[in-house]
Design a binder for this molecule. Structure first.
Ligand SMILES: Nc1ncnc2c1ncn2[C@@H]1O[C@H](COP(=O)(O)OP(=O)(O)O)[C@@H](O)[C@H]1O
Ligand SMILES: [Mg+2]
Length: 391
């Protein structure tokens, strides 16, 4: 089973490329689901079909779905949500700031992904292709399991059993509503699924992320940033797809300068993402709507290749020994070191990069060690771990 996520800046062609990949995958005999998690659904427009929030078979081997986040929230999270509303109305939560609460909107996207986990577990399809919301949201989505865990531990520090026993008493003393058994079950269930989801999404034999770009400055910049974040989270980016390349046979004077600009940025893209393979889709003479042009697009991008195989698998995080010490190296091109901060708390390494925060659980061998120094070298963040001097 394969899961492929297409991400990139808004408007670059994620939906088109995801649909094209799915069309070709289905044609090659794989039972394929293409699913959009972007609330601004355009998958149906691209396939030229009416889709629903359940998968519909639109062609032999090809299924499509536009996930309805609100529906997913009600299904998987309704009780907790109701409880939280009660709790916040009780104004009893003091040490959670408004800013921390803003992680909450991502819940909808998260539950959309849990739906995909369900298909994965039921082995409903050979291939699932996800047409994601623009970059920022995709990243939030992928980092969500960790954030949610952190958030929930703040909110529900008490153990489930304790709440069951002491809940009614605490409720009358603290004057805040206590979560009911059903609420706690729902939370447990989500926790468990989050763990599973993280495993599936970071399993390089199953999941890969593909970044869609256009040969334009701002788009490339965003792609580079998101690639760095994917590395921090240790997800496998297996391909970059450059969409809207003006074809060689367009000789119109009007496009001459554009072609030169694109040439430069195509080189930039290769320089930036080597050794990840780069694929190209031309700017078509019309918008990408319907099977015929989706087929043409898939053919242009993948030619005779299998569109869903893992195109690349590199080691992004690596642990090496250095004399008595160990070095944890994380591949982080495009990162400005002044945007980075590091912290160690027990077995957790906390990396902050811009507005992304990652808790990395340290590999076992590093547990007895602590950070000695860190340094940028060859586009890698290298962190030295050593035994404490005074031990
Ligand atoms: N290579 C292309 N040639 C012509 N039109 C394109 C191409 N790629 C995308 N489009 C059109 O551009 C618009 C945005 O593409 P879409 O795939 O919806 O982008 P995204 O999902 O990244 O927002 C759509 O109308 C689509 O048909
Ligand atoms: Mg889209």
């Amino acid at each position: 089973m394969r899961i492929i996520l297409y991400t990139g800046k808004g408007g670059v062609g994620k939906t088109s490329i995801a649909a094209a990949t799915a069309v070709k995958s289905a044609e090659q005999g794989m039972k394929t689901l293409v699913v959009s998690t972007d609330p601004a659904h355009s998958l149906g427009d691209s396939l030229d079909m009416n889709l629903s929030h359940e998968p519909v078979e639109i062609k032999e081997n090809l299924w499509a779905q536009e996930i309805d986040a609100i529906h997913e929230v009600e299904e998987g999270w309704g009780k907790v949500q109701q409880y939280l509303t009660d709790l916040f109305t009780a104004k009893a939560v003091k040490d959670i700031t408004t800013q921390e609460l803003t992680v909450f909107p991502g819940m909808e996207d998260l539950l959309s992904l849990l739906r995909i986990l369900k298909y994965y577990k039921e082995v409903s399809f050979d291939v699932i292709i996800i047409d994601c919301a623009p970059t920022g949201e995709t990243l939030a989505l992928l980092s969500f399991p960790e954030m949610l865990r952190w958030w929930m531990e703040k909110l529900f520090p008490m153990k489930k059993k304790a709440i069951k026993v002491a809940g009614p008493i605490a409720e009358s003393i603290l004057k805040i509503p206590m979560p009911s058994g059903q609420v706690l079950d729902e939370i447990d269930n989500i926790y468990q699924q989050l763990d599973e989801m993280k495993k599936v999404f970071s399993d390089r034999d199953i999941t890969s992320i593909r970044i869609v770009v256009n040969p334009e400055k701002m788009v490339i910049k965003e792609a580079q940033r998101s690639y760095t974040y994917m590395n921090i989270y240790d997800f496998n980016v297996d391909a970059v797809i450059v969409n809207r390349v003006i074809p060689d046979n367009v000789t119109d004077e009007y496009f001459k300068v554009w072609k030169d600009i694109q040439k430069k940025y195509k080189e930039d893209i290769i320089d930036s993402f080597t050794p990840i393979p780069v694929y190209y889709a031309p700017l078509f003479e019309t918008e990408v709507v319907g099977m015929t042009i989706l087929n043409r697009m898939a053919q242009a991008v993948f030619k005779e290749e299998n569109p869903v195989e893992i195109k690349y698998c590199g080691r992004i995080q690596q642990v090496d020994s250095d004399g008595e010490d160990y070095i944890l190296a994380i591949n982080m091109p495009f990162m400005d070191k002044k945007d980075l901060s590091l912290n160690q708390k027990g077995d957790q390494l906390i990396i902050k990069a811009g507005n992304i925060k990652r808790n990395i659980t340290l590999p076992r061998i590093l547990l007895a060690y602590s950070i000695k120094r860190a340094k940028f070298e060859d586009e890698k963040l290298k962190i030295w771990f050593g035994r404490d001097e005074n031990e």
